[in-house]
Design a protein around this ligand. Structure first.
Ligand SMILES: C[S@@+](CC[C@H](N)C(=O)[O-])C[C@H]1O[C@@H](n2cnc3c(N)ncnc32)[C@H](O)[C@@H]1O
Length: 517
């Protein structure tokens, strides 16, 4: 993400309008503060986890109030519709969704330039995004996995459809031609998708100055290395995918250093934050204890890496909520009552509870399925033989899928290294050397984007647009590599289970042979 405008201007303006990170909710709202932060938080750079974000300026305790943003500072459709001409025009388009309306409102507000009340905030918004609808054809194909390619294509088509539906309204509002383009729409849509917070009165959510500087940590990270394949499964509620929804769950982090007993029990109610009617403000709370200097993170909800990419334009190296779906025969879905999206492989390689159960049933001879139904649905293994068949089926299918990819895990790792080098190159000679050594996908990228052209190629590579293409391409390669690794881990896991059963079977045979002699 790239943003422009001055951060100091934003933080000064934020202090003036009552945004505060003071731990005391009684601190008078005052314009005498030159920065809204400094008491609990400060803006800092975290290159490996979100770039610009918020750091703790002192040790923070779980449940502590760390930021308040008054309702008047939030950008909501409700507030923007106080503008009469805007409101009159929007009323004439009742079929537009709440997100389309907020997107139009944001572009309309951008069109006001310096006269917008939110100008210091708007200037700090990223100039471009890497959310799925922004992926071009090359980057989309780089996912290699059909589900992901479809998700990217669908996201782009949907964004274009939404834009076309809203264009007559935007023309009525006399937005300048730059704001009428699909590019501008994608920008506004991605701003909303990746930065809005949940508010109870509008599905589109709100834009929350300063509150939207928190980067993301997945809920359930503490379960990531758990031996139990069921722990992280469907344990948290799915949230509205189009907005940053602050997590109200009770499962805070386990890295306690303070005595939880000392915390006011009322504060434990809120571990992330939300809009609070009684104080008319968006309030944020520390979801766990933080040491001074640490990045303070927010849980936007439970997302797979593909969902994170779609709505927020990034993915996590280790995402406890990620899921790898493999193609299954239609009869597998119809032979069980598990929902399709519960049949997947965990990021640690273990098949999901539902996937195992569905396969146990499906790989039982049809005449016996009725009699084992209750065992299958309770998650029990049916027999050693059935378990070996199930694991063998998974191993075989994952192998088939992996072999069909045009690149292997090792090649993807090498490609990521090449992309890094392209992003870091220093001189035209270095670039020339790099480009001449290109083959496969990197060569296609260089050709498609016009990089194989001496001086022009160098200039192009340095351009902002080319950097964006490379970032998105890299995200797609990272995603597919994660997918392949999960399948490889799954093969290893299932093979181990088969070995275990085989060795148990051997020892049973030895015992029974021994007993019969
Ligand atoms: C609500 S904003 C957070 C603040 C943002 N970093 C900024 O500079 O404005 C959400 C965006 O931050 C980035 N982000 C948040 N958490 C991240 C993480 N854990 N890893 C990588 N990028 C992250 C993504 O670009 C996402 O769309």
């Amino acid at each position: 993400m790239e943003e422009e405008g001055s951060l100091e201007t934003l933080l000064k303006w934020a202090a003036e309008i009552g945004i505060s990170d003071s731990p005391s909710s009684n601190r008078p709202l005052s314009s005498s503060f030159s920065c809204c932060l400094g008491q609990s938080l400060s803006v800092s750079q975290f290159p490996d986890s979100g770039g610009r974000g918020l750091a703790a300026v002192r040790d923070l305790r779980k449940g502590e109030l760390i930021l308040r943003v008054p309702k008047s500072a939030l950008i909501t459709t409700q507030i923007l519709l106080k503008d009469q001409p805007l409101s009159l025009s929007i009323n004439k388009h009742p079929s537009l969704s709440s997100t389309q309306i907020l997107t139009v409102c944001l572009l309309y507000e951008m069109g006001k330039g310096k006269s917008s009340w939110w100008y210091p905030y708007l200037m700090q918004l990223p100039r471009s995004y890497d959310t799925l609808p922004c992926f071009g054809q090359f980057e989309t194909q780089a996912f290699q996995v059909n589900d992901a390619i479809w998700a990217a294509e669908k996201a782009t088509v949907k964004a274009e459809f939404d834009w076309k539906e809203a264009i007559s309204l935007m023309k009525e509002l006399k937005l300048n031609h730059r704001l009428l383009t699909f590019r501008a729409w994608l920008w506004a849509f991605a701003s909303i998708s990746s930065r809005t917070l949940h508010v109870p009165w509008d599905n589109a959510g709100c834009l929350c100055p300063v509150g939207d500087l928190f980067n993301y940590a997945a809920p359930g990270e503490e379960d990531f290395d758990s031996e139990d394949p069921f722990v992280s499964e469907d344990s948290s509620s799915r949230r509205n995918a189009s907005s940053v929804q602050v997590n109200f769950s009770w499962n805070g982090d386990t890295t306690e250093e303070f005595d939880v007993e000392q915390i006011d029990p009322n504060l434990l109610r809120l571990t992330d934050g939300g809009y609070e009617d009684d104080v008319s403000a968006y309030c944020f709370y520390a979801r766990r204890n933080y040491k001074k200097g640490e990045q303070v993170l927010l849980s936007y909800g439970t997302y797979t890496n593909l969902e994170l990419l779609e709505h927020y334009g990034f993915l996590l190296d280790k995402n406890p909520n990620d899921k790898a779906f493999i193609p299954l025969e239609p009869e597998i879905y119809s032979s069980c009552s598990w929902p399709k999206d519960s049949l997947y492989i965990h990021p640690n390689g273990k098949p999901s509870f539902a996937l195992l159960s569905a396969l146990r049933l499906w790989l039982t001879p049809p005449s016996q399925r009725r009699s084992v139904g209750h065992l299958v649905y309770s998650g029990s293994q049916l027999s050693a033989k059935n378990e070996i068949i199930v694991m063998g089926w998974i191993v075989k299918n994952c192998n088939v899928i992996l072999k069909k990819f045009v690149t292997s895990i090792e090649e993807d790792m090498l490609l990521l290294h090449t992309i890094d080098k392209m992003q870091d190159f220093c001189t035209p000679t270095e670039l020339g050397r790099l480009l001449s050594a290109f083959e496969g996908e990197a060569r296609v990228f260089a050709e498609t984007k016009g990089l194989i052209n001496g001086e022009t190629g160098v200039n192009l590579l340095q351009s902002r647009q080319m950097r964006r293409y490379m970032d998105r391409w890299k995200l797609a390669v990272q995603w597919r590599l994660g997918y392949k690794k999960t399948l490889a881990d799954c093969i290893a896991y299932c093979s181990k289970v088969i070995e275990k059963f085989a060795s148990e079977n051997d020892s049973t045979m030895i015992i029974s042979t021994h007993n019969s002699t």
